[in-house]
Design a protein around this ligand. Structure first.
Ligand code: THU
Length: 134
């Protein structure tokens, strides 16, 4: 398993590569899978604003492209003093590949600021079970 330090450094490194000329708000995300692999993503904005994508979405795409589909833990690194927790859409994206107790670590440049579980950020969530369990 990639250590939390390794995940943190990976999120910081990919955050620097974000393409965010419009918001000027760079985000990096690093996912560890149960098999020990690590996947990274950054936000990629677009002149057509709604087409931009979040860092978490990029990391999830890389994970799926590599044939992995379970998130063991994730680090999200944003800018500024506030906690940069995943947006609502990304909470749902993470939900698809995580369990209620999957840790979501929120980081700033100085280190990990806070740890949430997925269930804390997205309680009573809708997921794959809703479609199969009927
Ligand atoms: N952003 C992310 O990449 N992840 C989040 O969870 C929150 C927001 C990006 C999207 C946009 O490029 C910029 O941050 C400002 O909203």
């Amino acid at each position: 398993m990639a250590s939390l330090d390794t995940l943190f450094e990976a999120a910081r490194a990919i955050q620097a590569k974000a393409y965010a000329p419009y918001s000027r708000f760079k985000v990096g995300a690093a996912i560890a899978t149960p098999s020990g692999q690590l996947f990274i993503g950054c936000n990629v904005e677009n002149a057509a604003y709604p087409v931009g994508s979040c860092a978490e979405a990029g990391a999830i795409s890389a994970m799926i492209a590599a044939g992995e589909s379970r998130i063991a833990e994730i680090v999200v690194m944003g800018e500024g003093e506030h906690l940069v927790t995943p947006c609502g859409g990304c909470r749902q994206r993470i939900r698809e590949f995580a369990t209620p107790d999957t840790p979501i670590h929120i980081a700033g440049p100085e280190g990990i600021r806070k740890r949430f579980t997925l269930d804390e950020l997205l309680p009573f969530s809708f997921g794959p079970d809703n479609l199969t369990d009927r």
